[in-house]
Design a protein around this ligand. Structure first.
Ligand code: ADP
Length: 393
């Protein structure tokens, strides 16, 4: 499993049900050597994941960066659900793969494609270490009282019904990046991270350790998202079944694909919603208001969970780009020590930046997330640690 010092590259694979995203990174400086996406897996030219990875391999070879390169140290795979079994990046063996497959009922939309991606990559380079980095892992440190739903314990345990949380690589990366931005040690900082992409989640991170997050058994819980409802009275599901005559699959699709922003106003892109609001569109305005109201509730709740908040970070597509969402989320929260500087907030920028006023007790930041770099870093650290005498790398 050991690699030599000139093996400095990590290939990151994110195998989804209908696409495979890849990035090749050089870990001496974290630079990106190649990146791409193979879409419409399962259709026409790309009938399955074997064909998709063949294409990835071909695209890398065309740039002189083929999978056969001796500089490649490992492949890092994004795996969505690690259950309670996987709380760390894990070297993939036959046993590990079998365990990940056992978690498919918890993530039927994601884990099967992740597993297939791993299997195909292993056949392409059987000698290369393959590492699984789990979306749930960062949240495994949540205290039991935050991870438990208040339902019958035996039933919950029999079916694995508990809060796992997702977007973990992003929350891990951003909570450290905000500490770097502030020139502080992450262990000294209590941070709220708001990952607002098409999927959205919040986390409360105390001294680098996750203590609460908004997604639960699945990514459906919590914030209002592009197409997901987030929090909802579970009895709404019984009501839709009994009174509305809807099937479980229909309700699943309603809550995951036709709710959130798109359910409220027909658009899930915050840019389009902003444009419509500018024209006085009442549906777009309501969607925005519901979205922001939910966020504010979580900011308040996580302030209480942490007791003291030092930093709050906005990240992902909406968090990094929508000054309107950031401003509305924190408007009037001076009482919580959070004060956005409207001029700084309106400035566009590509790197991490502060948007709070000088007197704001909480440092408010915009921090671009980089899940691929985080997966590569965790992967490289694991395969390097396996090499005797190089644990400092
Ligand atoms: P994903 O969850 O798919 O990774 P992203 O983090 O890329 O999503 O976020 C995508 C979302 O970001 C889009 O649906 C859109 O709502 C929002 N977004 C992207 N650019 C902007 C922008 N300039 N202004 C406002 N919202 C934006």
């Amino acid at each position: 499993m050991n690699h030599s010092p000139d093996q400095t590259r990590v290939l990151v694979l994110n195998s989804g049900s209908s696409s495979v995203k890849y990035q090749l990174l050089d870990m001496t400086d974290g630079s990106r050597l190649a990146a791409g996406i193979v879409e419409r897996v399962g259709e026409g030219e790309v009938p399955d994941h074997t064909a998709a990875l063949d294409r990835v391999s071909g695209e890398l070879s065309a740039q002189g960066l083929g999978l056969d390169s001796p500089a490649l140290a490992a492949v890092g795979h994004r795996v969505v659900h690690g259950g309670t079994r996987f709380t760390e990046p894990t070297l993939i063996t036959d046993d590990v793969l079998a365990e990940i497959e056992k978690l498919v009922p918890l993530a039927p939309l994601h884990n099967p494609a992740n597993v297939t991606g791993v299997k195909v990559a292993r056949t392409l380079r059987p000698d290369l270490p393959q590492v699984a980095v789990f979306d749930t892992a960062f949240h495994a440190t949540m205290p039991e009282y935050a991870a438990r739903y208040a339902i019958d314990v035996d039933t919950a345990d029999r079916y694995g019904v508990r809060r796992y949380g997702f977007h973990g690589t992003s929350h891990a990366y951003v909570s450290r990046a905000v500490a770097d931005l502030l020139g502080k040690d992450v262990t000294d900082l209590n941070t709220i991270v708001l990952h607002l992409g098409n999927g959205a989640s919040a986390s409360a991170v105390a001294g680098g350790v996750c203590v609460e997050t908004s997604m639960g058994l699945t990514p459906l819980e919590g914030l209002v998202m592009g197409t997901r409802s987030g929090d909802l009275d579970p009895a709404a599901i019984f009501h839709l079944a009994r009174v509305g005559g809807m099937s479980v699959d229909e309700i699943d699709a309603l809550l995951n694909k036709h709710s959130g922003l798109i359910g409220l106003c027909g658009d899930n892109d915050m840019r389009e919603i902003g444009r419509r609001m500018g024209e006085g569109d009442a549906d777009a305005q309501l969607a925005f208001d519901v979205y922001v109201h939910r966020l504010r509730k979580y900011v308040g709740a996580y302030t209480a969970v942490l007791g003291r908040v030092d930093a709050l970070a906005f990240t992902a597509g909406v968090g990094e780009n929508s000054a309107a969402v950031r401003e509305a989320t924190l408007r009037g929260l001076g009482g919580l020590g959070m004060e956005v500087d409207t001029v700084r907030n309106a400035l566009r920028g590509s790197g991490g930046r502060l948007i709070s006023t000088e007197r704001s007790a909480v440092a408010i930041a915009v921090v671009p997330t980089d899940e691929e770099l985080e997966i590569a870093t965790q992967t490289y650290r694991l395969v390097s640690a396996e090499r005797p005498g190089t644990s400092e790398r």
